[in-house]
Design a protein around this ligand. Structure first.
Ligand code: FES
Length: 239
Protein backbone atom coordinates (compact mmCIF):
# COMPACT_ATOMS: atom_id res chain seq x y z
CA UNK A 1 0.00 0.00 0.00
CA UNK A 2 2.90 2.37 0.61
CA UNK A 3 3.28 3.37 -3.00
CA UNK A 4 2.39 6.46 -4.92
CA UNK A 5 0.14 6.23 -7.91
CA UNK A 6 -0.99 8.88 -10.36
CA UNK A 7 -4.79 8.93 -10.28
CA UNK A 8 -5.62 11.98 -12.41
CA UNK A 9 -4.20 14.86 -14.34
CA UNK A 10 -4.07 18.05 -12.33
CA UNK A 11 -6.28 19.77 -14.89
CA UNK A 12 -9.07 17.30 -14.14
CA UNK A 13 -9.37 18.70 -10.62
CA UNK A 14 -9.94 22.46 -10.81
CA UNK A 15 -10.85 24.45 -7.73
CA UNK A 16 -14.37 23.82 -6.39
CA UNK A 17 -14.61 20.47 -8.16
CA UNK A 18 -14.83 17.17 -6.25
CA UNK A 19 -13.69 14.25 -8.38
CA UNK A 20 -14.50 10.57 -7.91
CA UNK A 21 -11.58 8.15 -8.40
CA UNK A 22 -10.68 4.58 -7.55
CA UNK A 23 -7.29 3.30 -6.42
CA UNK A 24 -6.79 -0.34 -5.44
CA UNK A 25 -10.53 -0.57 -4.87
CA UNK A 26 -10.53 2.43 -2.54
CA UNK A 27 -13.09 5.07 -3.53
CA UNK A 28 -11.58 8.55 -3.35
CA UNK A 29 -13.01 12.06 -3.25
CA UNK A 30 -10.25 14.21 -4.74
CA UNK A 31 -10.57 17.96 -4.53
CA UNK A 32 -8.58 21.16 -4.54
CA UNK A 33 -9.21 23.87 -1.97
CA UNK A 34 -9.23 27.54 -2.95
CA UNK A 35 -5.71 27.90 -1.52
CA UNK A 36 -4.58 25.11 -3.86
CA UNK A 37 -4.24 22.21 -1.39
CA UNK A 38 -4.90 18.81 -2.96
CA UNK A 39 -7.07 16.47 -0.91
CA UNK A 40 -7.61 12.75 -1.46
CA UNK A 41 -10.20 11.52 1.01
CA UNK A 42 -12.06 8.32 1.60
CA UNK A 43 -15.28 8.90 -0.30
CA UNK A 44 -17.44 8.40 2.74
CA UNK A 45 -18.88 10.90 5.18
CA UNK A 46 -18.07 9.89 8.79
CA UNK A 47 -21.64 10.76 9.79
CA UNK A 48 -23.85 8.44 7.75
CA UNK A 49 -21.53 7.21 5.05
CA UNK A 50 -22.83 9.30 2.17
CA UNK A 51 -20.37 9.75 -0.70
CA UNK A 52 -18.48 13.00 -0.27
CA UNK A 53 -18.28 13.39 -4.04
CA UNK A 54 -21.97 14.31 -3.83
CA UNK A 55 -21.01 17.26 -1.64
CA UNK A 56 -19.53 20.59 -2.55
CA UNK A 57 -16.24 22.35 -2.07
CA UNK A 58 -16.61 25.68 -0.33
CA UNK A 59 -13.20 27.30 -0.25
CA UNK A 60 -11.18 25.50 2.41
CA UNK A 61 -13.93 23.09 3.39
CA UNK A 62 -15.97 20.33 1.84
CA UNK A 63 -19.66 20.24 2.75
CA UNK A 64 -21.50 16.92 2.84
CA UNK A 65 -24.67 16.95 0.82
CA UNK A 66 -26.84 15.04 3.29
CA UNK A 67 -26.74 16.94 6.61
CA UNK A 68 -24.29 19.65 5.52
CA UNK A 69 -21.53 18.77 7.98
CA UNK A 70 -18.34 20.59 6.99
CA UNK A 71 -14.82 19.17 6.90
CA UNK A 72 -11.54 21.09 6.69
CA UNK A 73 -9.12 20.79 3.81
CA UNK A 74 -5.94 18.79 4.54
CA UNK A 75 -6.94 17.52 8.03
CA UNK A 76 -10.45 16.26 7.22
CA UNK A 77 -11.54 17.50 10.64
CA UNK A 78 -15.23 18.29 11.03
CA UNK A 79 -15.64 22.04 11.57
CA UNK A 80 -19.40 22.47 11.75
CA UNK A 81 -22.48 20.38 12.49
CA UNK A 82 -25.38 22.64 11.42
CA UNK A 83 -27.85 20.94 13.77
CA UNK A 84 -25.56 21.96 16.69
CA UNK A 85 -23.98 25.21 15.53
CA UNK A 86 -22.84 26.20 19.03
CA UNK A 87 -20.91 22.99 19.66
CA UNK A 88 -17.38 22.35 18.53
CA UNK A 89 -17.25 18.95 16.80
CA UNK A 90 -15.15 16.35 18.58
CA UNK A 91 -11.63 15.88 17.24
CA UNK A 92 -12.49 12.28 16.40
CA UNK A 93 -15.09 13.40 13.88
CA UNK A 94 -13.01 13.55 10.75
CA UNK A 95 -12.76 12.12 7.29
CA UNK A 96 -10.11 9.51 6.57
CA UNK A 97 -7.50 11.30 4.49
CA UNK A 98 -4.72 9.96 2.29
CA UNK A 99 -1.43 11.53 1.31
CA UNK A 100 -1.76 13.43 -1.96
CA UNK A 101 0.57 15.64 -3.98
CA UNK A 102 0.50 17.24 -7.39
CA UNK A 103 3.56 17.29 -9.56
CA UNK A 104 4.53 16.83 -13.16
CA UNK A 105 0.92 17.60 -14.11
CA UNK A 106 -0.54 14.62 -12.23
CA UNK A 107 -2.19 14.08 -8.86
CA UNK A 108 -0.51 11.29 -6.91
CA UNK A 109 -2.04 9.43 -4.00
CA UNK A 110 -0.55 7.07 -1.42
CA UNK A 111 -3.00 4.93 0.56
CA UNK A 112 -0.56 4.13 3.38
CA UNK A 113 -1.78 5.20 6.81
CA UNK A 114 0.03 5.95 10.07
CA UNK A 115 3.31 7.05 8.56
CA UNK A 116 4.73 9.77 6.37
CA UNK A 117 5.30 8.19 2.99
CA UNK A 118 8.22 9.58 1.06
CA UNK A 119 7.39 11.59 -2.02
CA UNK A 120 6.95 9.76 -5.32
CA UNK A 121 9.72 9.61 -7.84
CA UNK A 122 9.51 12.57 -10.14
CA UNK A 123 8.72 11.93 -13.74
CA UNK A 124 10.96 13.74 -16.18
CA UNK A 125 9.68 17.14 -17.27
CA UNK A 126 6.16 16.55 -18.58
CA UNK A 127 5.07 18.73 -21.47
CA UNK A 128 2.05 16.89 -22.77
CA UNK A 129 -0.06 13.86 -21.96
CA UNK A 130 -2.00 11.26 -23.86
CA UNK A 131 -5.55 10.40 -23.03
CA UNK A 132 -5.74 7.96 -20.15
CA UNK A 133 -6.78 4.45 -21.12
CA UNK A 134 -8.83 2.08 -19.01
CA UNK A 135 -7.70 -1.54 -19.22
CA UNK A 136 -9.79 -4.44 -18.02
CA UNK A 137 -6.71 -6.28 -16.78
CA UNK A 138 -4.56 -6.26 -13.62
CA UNK A 139 -1.54 -4.05 -13.34
CA UNK A 140 0.93 -6.91 -13.77
CA UNK A 141 -0.57 -7.80 -17.17
CA UNK A 142 -0.32 -4.20 -18.35
CA UNK A 143 3.24 -3.92 -17.07
CA UNK A 144 4.33 -7.13 -18.79
CA UNK A 145 2.70 -6.10 -22.03
CA UNK A 146 4.47 -2.75 -21.98
CA UNK A 147 7.78 -4.41 -21.15
CA UNK A 148 7.39 -6.66 -24.16
CA UNK A 149 7.26 -3.66 -26.46
CA UNK A 150 5.44 -0.44 -27.07
CA UNK A 151 4.23 -0.25 -30.66
CA UNK A 152 4.78 3.37 -31.65
CA UNK A 153 7.94 3.09 -33.73
CA UNK A 154 11.24 1.27 -33.68
CA UNK A 155 13.01 3.87 -31.56
CA UNK A 156 10.35 3.70 -28.89
CA UNK A 157 9.87 -0.03 -28.83
CA UNK A 158 11.79 -0.75 -25.66
CA UNK A 159 11.02 0.27 -22.14
CA UNK A 160 14.09 1.61 -20.40
CA UNK A 161 13.29 2.65 -16.85
CA UNK A 162 11.36 1.07 -14.05
CA UNK A 163 10.79 3.12 -10.93
CA UNK A 164 10.28 1.28 -7.65
CA UNK A 165 8.17 3.71 -5.68
CA UNK A 166 5.79 4.63 -8.48
CA UNK A 167 4.76 2.55 -11.42
CA UNK A 168 6.48 4.53 -14.11
CA UNK A 169 7.83 3.03 -17.27
CA UNK A 170 9.74 5.01 -19.84
CA UNK A 171 9.86 4.17 -23.50
CA UNK A 172 11.96 5.53 -26.27
CA UNK A 173 15.27 7.13 -26.96
CA UNK A 174 15.87 10.25 -24.84
CA UNK A 175 16.82 12.11 -27.98
CA UNK A 176 13.69 11.11 -29.77
CA UNK A 177 10.40 13.01 -29.78
CA UNK A 178 8.49 9.84 -28.90
CA UNK A 179 9.81 9.73 -25.33
CA UNK A 180 6.93 8.86 -23.04
CA UNK A 181 6.46 7.68 -19.47
CA UNK A 182 3.56 5.47 -18.52
CA UNK A 183 1.99 5.91 -15.11
CA UNK A 184 -0.01 2.87 -14.11
CA UNK A 185 -2.97 3.27 -11.81
CA UNK A 186 -4.33 0.02 -10.34
CA UNK A 187 -8.01 0.89 -10.12
CA UNK A 188 -8.80 -2.49 -8.58
CA UNK A 189 -6.95 -5.80 -8.47
CA UNK A 190 -8.33 -6.49 -11.96
CA UNK A 191 -8.44 -3.11 -13.65
CA UNK A 192 -5.77 -0.57 -14.54
CA UNK A 193 -5.59 2.89 -16.06
CA UNK A 194 -2.58 3.89 -18.15
CA UNK A 195 -1.65 7.57 -18.08
CA UNK A 196 0.90 8.62 -20.69
CA UNK A 197 3.25 11.57 -20.04
CA UNK A 198 5.20 13.02 -22.97
CA UNK A 199 8.44 14.85 -22.36
CA UNK A 200 9.08 16.77 -25.51
CA UNK A 201 7.12 19.43 -27.27
CA UNK A 202 6.32 19.68 -30.96
CA UNK A 203 4.32 22.18 -32.98
CA UNK A 204 0.54 21.77 -32.93
CA UNK A 205 0.01 19.81 -36.15
CA UNK A 206 2.75 17.34 -35.28
CA UNK A 207 1.41 17.19 -31.72
CA UNK A 208 -1.99 15.95 -32.82
CA UNK A 209 -0.42 13.35 -35.08
CA UNK A 210 1.82 12.23 -32.25
CA UNK A 211 -1.09 11.98 -29.81
CA UNK A 212 -2.99 9.87 -32.31
CA UNK A 213 -0.04 7.50 -32.64
CA UNK A 214 0.27 7.14 -28.90
CA UNK A 215 -3.45 6.71 -28.39
CA UNK A 216 -3.51 3.97 -31.02
CA UNK A 217 -0.44 2.29 -29.50
CA UNK A 218 -1.94 2.40 -26.01
CA UNK A 219 -5.11 0.88 -27.43
CA UNK A 220 -2.99 -1.97 -28.78
CA UNK A 221 -1.38 -2.40 -25.36
CA UNK A 222 -4.82 -2.46 -23.77
CA UNK A 223 -6.09 -5.14 -26.14
CA UNK A 224 -3.03 -7.32 -25.61
CA UNK A 225 -3.08 -6.91 -21.81
CA UNK A 226 -6.76 -7.82 -21.72
CA UNK A 227 -6.09 -10.85 -23.92
CA UNK A 228 -3.30 -11.99 -21.58
CA UNK A 229 -5.42 -11.44 -18.49
CA UNK A 230 -8.29 -13.41 -20.00
CA UNK A 231 -5.92 -16.20 -21.01
CA UNK A 232 -4.44 -16.31 -17.50
CA UNK A 233 -7.88 -16.82 -16.03
CA UNK A 234 -8.92 -19.30 -18.69
CA UNK A 235 -11.42 -16.88 -20.19
CA UNK A 236 -9.83 -16.07 -23.54
CA UNK A 237 -7.85 -17.30 -26.52
CA UNK A 238 -4.21 -18.14 -25.89
CA UNK A 239 -2.90 -17.73 -29.44
S1 FES B 1 -24.14 11.87 6.01
FE1 FES B 1 -22.75 13.51 5.77
S2 FES B 1 -23.48 14.99 7.13
FE2 FES B 1 -24.79 13.34 7.45
Amino acid sequence: MNRWFAVARGTEVPRRHVGHYLLLGQELAVWRSDSGAINAWENRCPHRGVRLTLGSCEGEELRCRYHAWRFASVSGQCTLIPAHPGQKPASTVRVRVFAAVEHDGFIWVNLAQGESPTAPTRVAHVLDSTRSIFVDAPLYAVRETLLDGYPVDSTASRLAVWSKDAYCLSAGNPDHAALVTFLLQPVTDFQTVIHGALHTTVEETARLARLRRHNAAMGTVRDEAERRAAAATGGGATA
